[in-house]
Ligand binder design. Structure first.
Ligand SMILES: Cc1ncc(COP(=O)(O)O)c(C=O)c1O
Length: 497
Protein backbone atom coordinates (compact mmCIF):
# COMPACT_ATOMS: atom_id res chain seq x y z
CA UNK A 1 0.00 0.00 0.00
CA UNK A 2 1.08 3.54 -0.62
CA UNK A 3 3.00 4.66 2.44
CA UNK A 4 2.98 8.43 2.10
CA UNK A 5 1.37 11.28 0.24
CA UNK A 6 3.55 14.10 -1.07
CA UNK A 7 2.35 16.41 1.69
CA UNK A 8 3.09 13.80 4.38
CA UNK A 9 6.74 13.52 3.47
CA UNK A 10 8.85 15.07 6.17
CA UNK A 11 11.74 17.34 5.25
CA UNK A 12 13.31 17.22 8.68
CA UNK A 13 16.85 16.05 8.07
CA UNK A 14 19.14 15.21 10.93
CA UNK A 15 22.82 16.03 10.51
CA UNK A 16 25.22 13.16 11.08
CA UNK A 17 28.85 13.07 12.10
CA UNK A 18 31.11 12.09 9.20
CA UNK A 19 28.88 13.66 6.55
CA UNK A 20 29.31 16.91 4.67
CA UNK A 21 25.83 18.35 5.26
CA UNK A 22 26.04 20.51 8.38
CA UNK A 23 22.35 21.51 8.39
CA UNK A 24 19.57 20.12 6.22
CA UNK A 25 18.16 23.02 4.17
CA UNK A 26 14.45 23.83 3.99
CA UNK A 27 13.81 22.02 0.69
CA UNK A 28 10.21 23.12 0.21
CA UNK A 29 11.25 26.76 0.63
CA UNK A 30 14.10 26.32 -1.89
CA UNK A 31 11.76 24.60 -4.35
CA UNK A 32 9.21 27.42 -4.02
CA UNK A 33 11.88 30.05 -4.67
CA UNK A 34 13.28 28.08 -7.62
CA UNK A 35 9.77 27.75 -9.00
CA UNK A 36 9.25 31.52 -8.76
CA UNK A 37 12.62 32.18 -10.40
CA UNK A 38 11.76 29.86 -13.29
CA UNK A 39 8.13 30.76 -13.72
CA UNK A 40 7.39 34.20 -12.32
CA UNK A 41 10.52 36.35 -12.20
CA UNK A 42 11.82 38.14 -15.31
CA UNK A 43 15.12 36.85 -16.69
CA UNK A 44 17.85 39.16 -15.36
CA UNK A 45 21.13 39.45 -17.26
CA UNK A 46 24.37 41.34 -16.74
CA UNK A 47 24.27 44.96 -17.99
CA UNK A 48 25.23 44.95 -21.65
CA UNK A 49 28.23 47.28 -21.46
CA UNK A 50 29.68 45.31 -18.53
CA UNK A 51 29.07 42.04 -20.37
CA UNK A 52 30.96 43.43 -23.36
CA UNK A 53 33.87 44.19 -21.01
CA UNK A 54 33.74 40.63 -19.69
CA UNK A 55 33.72 39.24 -23.24
CA UNK A 56 36.69 41.53 -24.01
CA UNK A 57 38.64 39.63 -21.34
CA UNK A 58 38.49 36.49 -23.49
CA UNK A 59 39.56 38.37 -26.65
CA UNK A 60 42.52 40.07 -24.99
CA UNK A 61 43.69 37.74 -22.25
CA UNK A 62 42.91 34.31 -23.65
CA UNK A 63 44.61 34.55 -27.03
CA UNK A 64 46.36 31.17 -26.96
CA UNK A 65 43.20 29.42 -25.72
CA UNK A 66 41.23 30.99 -28.54
CA UNK A 67 43.68 29.93 -31.22
CA UNK A 68 44.03 26.37 -29.83
CA UNK A 69 40.32 25.78 -29.38
CA UNK A 70 39.48 27.30 -32.79
CA UNK A 71 41.92 24.80 -34.35
CA UNK A 72 40.15 22.07 -32.36
CA UNK A 73 36.85 23.10 -33.98
CA UNK A 74 38.24 21.64 -37.23
CA UNK A 75 39.12 18.25 -35.76
CA UNK A 76 36.88 17.71 -32.75
CA UNK A 77 33.07 17.86 -33.02
CA UNK A 78 32.03 21.14 -31.37
CA UNK A 79 35.68 21.80 -30.49
CA UNK A 80 35.67 19.97 -27.13
CA UNK A 81 35.40 16.34 -26.11
CA UNK A 82 33.04 16.87 -23.17
CA UNK A 83 30.24 19.34 -22.58
CA UNK A 84 31.78 20.47 -19.25
CA UNK A 85 34.48 22.21 -21.32
CA UNK A 86 31.99 23.83 -23.68
CA UNK A 87 32.04 27.33 -22.23
CA UNK A 88 30.96 30.67 -23.61
CA UNK A 89 32.35 32.47 -25.63
CA UNK A 90 34.95 29.78 -26.37
CA UNK A 91 36.55 27.00 -24.31
CA UNK A 92 39.68 27.71 -22.30
CA UNK A 93 42.69 25.44 -22.71
CA UNK A 94 43.96 24.49 -19.26
CA UNK A 95 47.64 23.88 -18.60
CA UNK A 96 47.99 23.45 -14.87
CA UNK A 97 45.78 22.35 -11.97
CA UNK A 98 46.71 22.45 -8.32
CA UNK A 99 44.55 22.38 -5.19
CA UNK A 100 42.00 25.22 -5.49
CA UNK A 101 43.33 26.71 -8.71
CA UNK A 102 43.53 26.20 -12.47
CA UNK A 103 45.82 28.01 -14.90
CA UNK A 104 45.07 28.38 -18.61
CA UNK A 105 47.63 28.30 -21.43
CA UNK A 106 47.77 32.12 -21.39
CA UNK A 107 48.90 32.03 -17.75
CA UNK A 108 45.62 33.27 -16.20
CA UNK A 109 44.76 31.79 -12.81
CA UNK A 110 41.23 30.78 -11.77
CA UNK A 111 39.57 29.58 -8.59
CA UNK A 112 38.34 26.14 -9.56
CA UNK A 113 34.74 25.43 -8.58
CA UNK A 114 34.34 22.90 -11.38
CA UNK A 115 36.72 20.43 -9.73
CA UNK A 116 36.67 18.29 -12.87
CA UNK A 117 32.88 17.95 -12.56
CA UNK A 118 33.04 16.70 -8.99
CA UNK A 119 35.64 13.99 -8.40
CA UNK A 120 38.48 15.94 -6.78
CA UNK A 121 37.25 16.38 -3.20
CA UNK A 122 40.89 16.54 -2.07
CA UNK A 123 41.52 19.44 -4.48
CA UNK A 124 43.02 19.17 -7.94
CA UNK A 125 46.10 17.05 -8.55
CA UNK A 126 46.54 16.11 -4.89
CA UNK A 127 50.25 15.41 -4.53
CA UNK A 128 50.23 12.40 -2.15
CA UNK A 129 47.87 10.48 -4.48
CA UNK A 130 49.79 11.61 -7.55
CA UNK A 131 53.00 10.17 -6.05
CA UNK A 132 51.36 6.78 -5.42
CA UNK A 133 50.03 6.71 -8.98
CA UNK A 134 53.45 7.53 -10.44
CA UNK A 135 55.03 4.81 -8.27
CA UNK A 136 52.52 2.30 -9.62
CA UNK A 137 53.07 3.34 -13.25
CA UNK A 138 56.83 2.96 -12.79
CA UNK A 139 56.32 -0.54 -11.45
CA UNK A 140 53.72 -2.07 -13.75
CA UNK A 141 52.45 0.59 -16.14
CA UNK A 142 48.79 1.57 -16.17
CA UNK A 143 47.40 -1.77 -17.31
CA UNK A 144 48.32 -5.43 -17.75
CA UNK A 145 44.96 -7.10 -18.34
CA UNK A 146 45.52 -9.32 -15.32
CA UNK A 147 44.47 -9.05 -11.70
CA UNK A 148 46.19 -6.45 -9.53
CA UNK A 149 46.15 -6.11 -5.74
CA UNK A 150 44.63 -2.61 -5.92
CA UNK A 151 41.40 -4.05 -7.38
CA UNK A 152 40.95 -5.88 -4.10
CA UNK A 153 42.05 -2.92 -1.99
CA UNK A 154 39.57 -0.61 -3.72
CA UNK A 155 36.68 -3.08 -3.29
CA UNK A 156 37.65 -3.51 0.40
CA UNK A 157 37.77 0.20 1.18
CA UNK A 158 34.42 0.85 -0.55
CA UNK A 159 32.83 -2.04 1.35
CA UNK A 160 34.33 -0.71 4.60
CA UNK A 161 32.75 2.73 4.25
CA UNK A 162 29.60 1.68 2.35
CA UNK A 163 28.52 -1.70 3.73
CA UNK A 164 25.61 -1.96 1.26
CA UNK A 165 28.32 -2.57 -1.36
CA UNK A 166 28.96 -6.20 -0.50
CA UNK A 167 30.43 -6.84 -3.94
CA UNK A 168 31.90 -4.27 -6.33
CA UNK A 169 32.44 -4.40 -10.09
CA UNK A 170 34.78 -1.70 -11.47
CA UNK A 171 33.92 -0.22 -14.86
CA UNK A 172 35.25 2.72 -16.83
CA UNK A 173 32.51 5.38 -16.59
CA UNK A 174 29.37 6.28 -14.70
CA UNK A 175 27.41 5.72 -17.91
CA UNK A 176 28.59 2.11 -18.11
CA UNK A 177 27.95 1.61 -14.42
CA UNK A 178 24.32 2.71 -14.85
CA UNK A 179 23.97 0.34 -17.82
CA UNK A 180 25.44 -2.49 -15.73
CA UNK A 181 23.20 -1.78 -12.73
CA UNK A 182 20.06 -1.77 -14.88
CA UNK A 183 21.12 -4.96 -16.63
CA UNK A 184 21.75 -6.67 -13.29
CA UNK A 185 18.38 -5.47 -11.95
CA UNK A 186 16.60 -6.86 -15.00
CA UNK A 187 18.50 -10.14 -14.86
CA UNK A 188 17.81 -10.57 -11.14
CA UNK A 189 14.14 -9.56 -11.11
CA UNK A 190 13.17 -10.85 -14.55
CA UNK A 191 11.30 -7.56 -15.06
CA UNK A 192 11.94 -4.92 -17.73
CA UNK A 193 10.66 -1.49 -16.69
CA UNK A 194 12.97 1.09 -15.14
CA UNK A 195 11.76 4.32 -13.53
CA UNK A 196 14.00 7.37 -13.28
CA UNK A 197 13.32 10.86 -11.97
CA UNK A 198 12.51 13.50 -14.57
CA UNK A 199 15.37 15.93 -15.16
CA UNK A 200 18.05 13.51 -13.98
CA UNK A 201 21.19 12.66 -15.93
CA UNK A 202 22.35 9.08 -15.58
CA UNK A 203 24.85 9.03 -18.45
CA UNK A 204 24.22 8.78 -22.15
CA UNK A 205 23.20 5.16 -22.78
CA UNK A 206 20.29 4.70 -25.19
CA UNK A 207 17.83 3.83 -22.44
CA UNK A 208 18.74 6.77 -20.19
CA UNK A 209 18.68 9.68 -22.66
CA UNK A 210 15.10 10.14 -21.64
CA UNK A 211 13.51 12.74 -19.36
CA UNK A 212 16.81 14.58 -19.11
CA UNK A 213 17.24 18.13 -17.74
CA UNK A 214 13.55 19.04 -17.79
CA UNK A 215 11.05 16.75 -16.07
CA UNK A 216 8.36 15.58 -18.45
CA UNK A 217 10.47 16.07 -21.57
CA UNK A 218 10.54 12.32 -22.25
CA UNK A 219 12.16 11.40 -25.55
CA UNK A 220 12.55 14.96 -26.89
CA UNK A 221 16.35 14.83 -26.60
CA UNK A 222 16.72 11.24 -27.78
CA UNK A 223 18.02 11.92 -31.28
CA UNK A 224 19.61 8.93 -32.97
CA UNK A 225 17.96 6.50 -30.57
CA UNK A 226 15.21 4.23 -31.89
CA UNK A 227 12.12 4.43 -29.68
CA UNK A 228 12.41 0.75 -28.80
CA UNK A 229 15.58 1.49 -26.81
CA UNK A 230 13.72 3.49 -24.17
CA UNK A 231 10.47 1.60 -24.45
CA UNK A 232 10.89 0.36 -20.89
CA UNK A 233 12.18 3.64 -19.41
CA UNK A 234 9.71 5.80 -17.52
CA UNK A 235 10.15 9.12 -15.76
CA UNK A 236 8.49 10.34 -12.62
CA UNK A 237 8.49 13.95 -11.41
CA UNK A 238 11.06 14.48 -8.63
CA UNK A 239 9.69 14.25 -5.07
CA UNK A 240 6.34 12.95 -6.36
CA UNK A 241 5.95 9.82 -4.27
CA UNK A 242 2.27 9.49 -5.16
CA UNK A 243 3.05 9.42 -8.90
CA UNK A 244 5.81 6.88 -8.30
CA UNK A 245 3.46 4.66 -6.31
CA UNK A 246 0.89 4.85 -9.12
CA UNK A 247 3.49 4.04 -11.77
CA UNK A 248 4.77 1.01 -9.87
CA UNK A 249 1.21 -0.19 -9.42
CA UNK A 250 0.33 0.25 -13.12
CA UNK A 251 3.50 -1.54 -14.16
CA UNK A 252 2.42 -4.65 -12.26
CA UNK A 253 -0.01 -5.46 -15.06
CA UNK A 254 2.82 -5.10 -17.60
CA UNK A 255 5.44 -7.41 -16.14
CA UNK A 256 6.54 -5.19 -13.25
CA UNK A 257 9.37 -2.78 -12.54
CA UNK A 258 12.98 -3.99 -12.42
CA UNK A 259 14.40 -0.86 -10.77
CA UNK A 260 13.91 2.68 -9.65
CA UNK A 261 17.10 4.66 -10.25
CA UNK A 262 17.66 8.02 -8.62
CA UNK A 263 20.26 10.49 -7.43
CA UNK A 264 19.70 10.61 -3.67
CA UNK A 265 20.06 14.42 -3.49
CA UNK A 266 17.67 14.95 -6.41
CA UNK A 267 18.20 15.24 -10.18
CA UNK A 268 21.37 16.91 -11.48
CA UNK A 269 23.18 16.70 -8.15
CA UNK A 270 20.26 18.24 -6.30
CA UNK A 271 19.55 21.05 -8.77
CA UNK A 272 15.99 20.01 -8.00
CA UNK A 273 16.60 19.14 -4.36
CA UNK A 274 15.07 16.11 -2.71
CA UNK A 275 12.61 16.25 0.19
CA UNK A 276 14.48 14.51 3.00
CA UNK A 277 12.11 11.58 3.44
CA UNK A 278 11.66 10.87 -0.27
CA UNK A 279 14.46 8.30 -0.49
CA UNK A 280 13.13 6.34 2.48
CA UNK A 281 9.64 6.37 0.94
CA UNK A 282 11.01 5.10 -2.38
CA UNK A 283 12.79 2.32 -0.50
CA UNK A 284 9.49 1.23 1.04
CA UNK A 285 7.71 1.28 -2.32
CA UNK A 286 10.48 -0.75 -3.98
CA UNK A 287 10.23 -3.38 -1.24
CA UNK A 288 6.49 -3.51 -1.71
CA UNK A 289 6.74 -4.16 -5.46
CA UNK A 290 9.84 -6.39 -5.57
CA UNK A 291 11.69 -3.63 -7.41
CA UNK A 292 15.37 -2.92 -6.89
CA UNK A 293 16.45 0.51 -5.70
CA UNK A 294 19.53 1.87 -7.49
CA UNK A 295 21.26 4.91 -6.04
CA UNK A 296 23.30 6.82 -8.60
CA UNK A 297 26.09 8.08 -6.35
CA UNK A 298 28.35 9.13 -9.24
CA UNK A 299 28.50 12.63 -7.72
CA UNK A 300 27.59 11.99 -4.08
CA UNK A 301 29.72 8.85 -3.60
CA UNK A 302 32.42 9.93 -1.10
CA UNK A 303 31.76 13.67 -1.73
CA UNK A 304 28.84 13.61 0.76
CA UNK A 305 30.99 11.65 3.18
CA UNK A 306 32.73 8.30 2.90
CA UNK A 307 29.41 6.55 3.51
CA UNK A 308 27.89 8.37 0.53
CA UNK A 309 24.44 9.91 0.41
CA UNK A 310 23.04 6.51 1.43
CA UNK A 311 24.90 6.79 4.74
CA UNK A 312 23.62 10.30 5.26
CA UNK A 313 19.98 9.40 4.55
CA UNK A 314 20.25 6.03 6.28
CA UNK A 315 18.64 4.34 3.28
CA UNK A 316 20.16 1.14 1.90
CA UNK A 317 19.92 0.75 -1.87
CA UNK A 318 20.15 -2.65 -3.54
CA UNK A 319 22.72 -1.36 -6.00
CA UNK A 320 24.93 1.72 -6.04
CA UNK A 321 26.42 3.32 -9.13
CA UNK A 322 29.83 5.00 -8.83
CA UNK A 323 31.87 7.28 -11.06
CA UNK A 324 34.09 10.32 -10.60
CA UNK A 325 35.44 10.01 -6.99
CA UNK A 326 35.79 6.23 -7.27
CA UNK A 327 39.05 6.79 -9.18
CA UNK A 328 39.92 10.00 -7.31
CA UNK A 329 39.68 12.13 -10.45
CA UNK A 330 41.83 9.76 -12.50
CA UNK A 331 40.44 7.82 -15.47
CA UNK A 332 38.70 5.39 -15.76
CA UNK A 333 36.04 6.06 -13.15
CA UNK A 334 32.99 3.88 -12.86
CA UNK A 335 31.61 0.96 -10.96
CA UNK A 336 28.54 -0.74 -9.62
CA UNK A 337 28.19 -2.45 -6.28
CA UNK A 338 25.59 -3.81 -3.93
CA UNK A 339 23.81 -6.94 -2.75
CA UNK A 340 25.82 -10.11 -3.20
CA UNK A 341 22.87 -12.07 -4.63
CA UNK A 342 22.20 -9.40 -7.28
CA UNK A 343 25.86 -8.73 -8.06
CA UNK A 344 26.49 -12.42 -8.68
CA UNK A 345 24.96 -11.95 -12.13
CA UNK A 346 28.21 -10.23 -13.11
CA UNK A 347 30.38 -13.19 -12.13
CA UNK A 348 32.84 -13.78 -14.90
CA UNK A 349 33.64 -17.20 -16.32
CA UNK A 350 31.39 -20.08 -17.20
CA UNK A 351 28.50 -20.62 -14.82
CA UNK A 352 26.56 -23.35 -16.54
CA UNK A 353 23.04 -22.23 -17.29
CA UNK A 354 22.89 -19.55 -14.59
CA UNK A 355 21.58 -16.17 -15.67
CA UNK A 356 24.39 -13.75 -16.35
CA UNK A 357 24.46 -10.00 -16.97
CA UNK A 358 27.22 -9.34 -19.46
CA UNK A 359 29.58 -6.45 -18.71
CA UNK A 360 33.01 -5.82 -20.17
CA UNK A 361 35.70 -3.23 -20.72
CA UNK A 362 39.28 -4.06 -21.69
CA UNK A 363 40.74 -1.24 -19.61
CA UNK A 364 38.19 -1.29 -16.77
CA UNK A 365 39.60 -2.04 -13.33
CA UNK A 366 43.10 -1.25 -14.47
CA UNK A 367 45.75 -0.92 -11.75
CA UNK A 368 46.04 2.84 -12.29
CA UNK A 369 42.34 3.65 -11.71
CA UNK A 370 42.08 1.23 -8.79
CA UNK A 371 45.22 2.58 -7.07
CA UNK A 372 44.11 6.17 -7.65
CA UNK A 373 40.66 5.38 -6.24
CA UNK A 374 42.03 3.46 -3.27
CA UNK A 375 44.60 6.09 -2.27
CA UNK A 376 42.14 8.95 -2.82
CA UNK A 377 39.44 7.40 -0.63
CA UNK A 378 42.07 6.57 2.00
CA UNK A 379 43.39 10.15 1.89
CA UNK A 380 39.83 11.51 2.09
CA UNK A 381 39.31 9.47 5.25
CA UNK A 382 42.65 10.52 6.79
CA UNK A 383 42.16 14.21 6.05
CA UNK A 384 38.38 14.48 6.59
CA UNK A 385 38.22 15.95 3.09
CA UNK A 386 34.42 15.60 2.56
CA UNK A 387 33.75 17.52 5.79
CA UNK A 388 36.30 20.24 4.97
CA UNK A 389 34.94 20.57 1.43
CA UNK A 390 31.41 20.74 2.90
CA UNK A 391 32.42 23.56 5.27
CA UNK A 392 33.86 25.46 2.30
CA UNK A 393 30.53 24.90 0.51
CA UNK A 394 28.64 26.27 3.52
CA UNK A 395 30.83 29.39 3.65
CA UNK A 396 30.50 29.96 -0.09
CA UNK A 397 26.71 29.54 -0.05
CA UNK A 398 26.24 31.76 3.01
CA UNK A 399 28.28 34.47 1.25
CA UNK A 400 26.28 34.11 -1.97
CA UNK A 401 23.00 34.35 -0.06
CA UNK A 402 24.26 37.54 1.64
CA UNK A 403 25.15 39.08 -1.75
CA UNK A 404 21.78 38.10 -3.25
CA UNK A 405 19.93 39.63 -0.28
CA UNK A 406 22.02 42.81 -0.13
CA UNK A 407 21.61 43.38 -3.85
CA UNK A 408 17.90 42.51 -3.75
CA UNK A 409 18.09 39.88 -6.50
CA UNK A 410 15.61 37.03 -7.02
CA UNK A 411 18.44 34.49 -7.41
CA UNK A 412 18.62 31.32 -5.32
CA UNK A 413 21.74 29.90 -3.62
CA UNK A 414 21.68 26.65 -1.68
CA UNK A 415 23.99 23.74 -0.98
CA UNK A 416 24.28 20.18 0.20
CA UNK A 417 27.78 20.30 1.66
CA UNK A 418 30.32 20.76 -1.11
CA UNK A 419 27.69 20.72 -3.89
CA UNK A 420 26.57 24.34 -4.23
CA UNK A 421 23.98 25.83 -6.55
CA UNK A 422 23.67 29.43 -7.67
CA UNK A 423 20.56 29.73 -9.82
CA UNK A 424 20.29 33.02 -11.67
CA UNK A 425 18.41 32.08 -14.84
CA UNK A 426 16.85 28.78 -13.71
CA UNK A 427 17.37 27.37 -17.20
CA UNK A 428 17.23 23.83 -15.85
CA UNK A 429 14.32 24.48 -13.54
CA UNK A 430 11.57 25.09 -16.02
CA UNK A 431 8.87 22.56 -16.23
CA UNK A 432 7.11 20.88 -19.13
CA UNK A 433 3.85 22.31 -17.69
CA UNK A 434 5.14 25.87 -18.09
CA UNK A 435 3.77 27.26 -21.40
CA UNK A 436 6.86 29.50 -21.74
CA UNK A 437 9.21 26.56 -21.77
CA UNK A 438 9.88 26.41 -25.49
CA UNK A 439 10.08 30.19 -25.95
CA UNK A 440 12.22 31.01 -22.93
CA UNK A 441 14.55 28.11 -22.37
CA UNK A 442 17.14 29.20 -24.92
CA UNK A 443 17.15 32.79 -23.63
CA UNK A 444 17.61 31.54 -20.08
CA UNK A 445 20.37 29.19 -21.22
CA UNK A 446 22.18 32.07 -22.93
CA UNK A 447 21.89 34.31 -19.85
CA UNK A 448 23.32 31.44 -17.78
CA UNK A 449 26.19 30.97 -20.25
CA UNK A 450 26.96 34.69 -20.05
CA UNK A 451 26.89 34.51 -16.27
CA UNK A 452 29.43 31.66 -16.47
CA UNK A 453 31.60 33.75 -18.82
CA UNK A 454 31.44 36.70 -16.40
CA UNK A 455 32.52 34.47 -13.50
CA UNK A 456 35.43 33.22 -15.62
CA UNK A 457 36.48 36.75 -16.56
CA UNK A 458 36.48 37.51 -12.81
CA UNK A 459 38.72 34.49 -12.23
CA UNK A 460 36.22 31.79 -11.26
CA UNK A 461 35.50 28.55 -13.09
CA UNK A 462 32.00 27.21 -12.42
CA UNK A 463 30.00 24.32 -13.85
CA UNK A 464 27.93 25.98 -16.58
CA UNK A 465 27.49 29.20 -14.59
CA UNK A 466 25.25 27.66 -11.96
CA UNK A 467 26.89 24.81 -10.05
CA UNK A 468 29.94 25.09 -7.81
CA UNK A 469 31.85 22.15 -6.31
CA UNK A 470 34.13 22.97 -3.41
CA UNK A 471 37.08 20.89 -2.26
CA UNK A 472 39.28 20.47 0.80
CA UNK A 473 41.67 22.99 -0.79
CA UNK A 474 39.14 25.82 -0.50
CA UNK A 475 40.42 27.64 2.58
CA UNK A 476 38.43 30.52 4.08
CA UNK A 477 40.76 32.91 2.22
CA UNK A 478 40.00 31.23 -1.13
CA UNK A 479 36.23 31.38 -0.50
CA UNK A 480 36.32 35.01 0.66
CA UNK A 481 38.34 35.99 -2.41
CA UNK A 482 35.79 34.15 -4.59
CA UNK A 483 32.90 35.95 -2.88
CA UNK A 484 34.43 39.36 -3.72
CA UNK A 485 34.55 38.24 -7.35
CA UNK A 486 30.96 36.93 -7.31
CA UNK A 487 29.88 40.22 -5.75
CA UNK A 488 31.33 42.16 -8.67
CA UNK A 489 29.45 40.01 -11.19
CA UNK A 490 26.15 40.02 -9.33
CA UNK A 491 26.54 43.77 -8.78
CA UNK A 492 26.46 44.28 -12.53
CA UNK A 493 23.09 42.56 -13.09
CA UNK A 494 20.55 44.79 -14.79
CA UNK A 495 17.37 44.95 -12.72
CA UNK A 496 14.06 45.23 -14.54
CA UNK A 497 12.22 48.50 -13.76
C1 LIG B 1 24.56 11.50 -11.55
C2 LIG B 1 25.39 11.05 -12.72
N1 LIG B 1 25.25 9.80 -13.19
C3 LIG B 1 25.96 9.34 -14.24
C4 LIG B 1 26.89 10.15 -14.85
C5 LIG B 1 27.69 9.61 -16.00
O1 LIG B 1 29.02 9.43 -15.61
P1 LIG B 1 30.18 9.43 -16.71
O2 LIG B 1 30.33 10.85 -17.16
O3 LIG B 1 31.38 8.93 -15.97
O4 LIG B 1 29.74 8.52 -17.79
C6 LIG B 1 27.08 11.46 -14.39
C7 LIG B 1 28.04 12.35 -15.04
O5 LIG B 1 28.14 13.52 -14.80
C8 LIG B 1 26.31 11.92 -13.30
O6 LIG B 1 26.44 13.16 -12.83
Amino acid sequence: MQAFTNADMSDKGATKPGFAISAWPDTRDILARLYDLANKEPVLAIKREQMERYLGYFEHKCIKSKSMTSAAMELIPGGVQHNLAFNHPFPLAIKKAEAAYLWDVDGNRYIDFLQAGGPTVLGSNYAPVQEKVIELIRECGPVTGLFHEYELKLAEIINHYMPSVEVFRMLATGTEAVMGAIRAARTFTGKAKVIKMGGAYHGWSDQMVFGMRIPGIGALESHGIPAGCYEHTQECFPNDIEALAAMLKNNEAQGGTAAVILEPLGPESGTRPVIYEFNACVRKLCDEYGTLLIFDEVVTGFRMGLGGAQGFFGVKPDLTVFGKCVAGGYPAAGGVGGRRDVMQCFAAGLQGLKKRAMVGGTLSANPLSCAAGYFSIKAMAETDAPIKAGKAGDRLTAGLKEIIKRRDLPFVAFNHGSICHLETAAAMLMDINNPKIFTEVSERKHVMEEMGAAFTAEGIISLAGSRLYTSMADSDAVIDDALDRFDRVLGSVEKKK
